[in-house]
Design a protein around this ligand. Sequence first.
Ligand SMILES: [Zn+2]
Length: 265
Amino acid sequence: MIVTSRSNSVLRCKSGQSHVWSLSDGYLDMSAELLRGVRNDTVPKAVEAGGFRLSVNCFALAGPGVDGILIDCGGGCWAPTVGRLERSMTEAGISPASITILALTHTHQDHVRGLLACDGRVLLPNLDVIIIAEAAVENFVSEPELAQFRRLLKPLRDGDQLAEQLRIVALPGHAAGHSGYAFDTYEDGFLFVGDIVHVPALQFDNPTLSWRYDDDQSIARTARLKVLNEAAESGIWIAGAHLDRPGIGRVTRNNEAFRFEPAGG
Ligand SMILES: [Zn+2]
């Protein structure tokens, strides 16, 4: 995999015949009080005092069988610091009209509300399908603002293929139906991990650290450890909705802890 361009908002990489873009949707500031499973020594004083900042990232794919796929669509107007996906797509040279498949990791606001721009416009006018885990459908359907998109839902189960090289992978614990997407470019493996890590500055060092917005903290912790262990062993690229920009990198093991090495150095 090689990084072919990089800015604060857009990272573009090429692997085999495929391209992957990491697109910034903005960021969210969170209070340290949301952290769970904190040992005294694990939260640096600066985080305790000032909280922490989560990047919000979406990912676009192009190549044989995966043209026009976007993974998550950011928060739209849900918070003032998100909703920048459209701008990042413009910078990347990706027309929103070229996206036909949206693959959701889960239905939290910072991942789905970007379906609508702040002026009420549909951001992705040619969307044919919204891929979603079966277990997440109910939550999507309960959002009245998103009613016009329900007809596009295509529920899948763990392991189902979206394309020859792309399959959905259950990563339970964070939210109903929370899922990743495994992408094999025949040169590299990528795993789009959704919200498996929220606080990269702390959770690679201390992967047992959880936070309030995990539905089931114990199951989420187990899923996080499994993903990080497997990523460290296999050398795949992980791409996370809340990993610090550029949002894609490799994981290495360091005894009980992990290190994240961002793509492009
Ligand atoms: Zn999230």
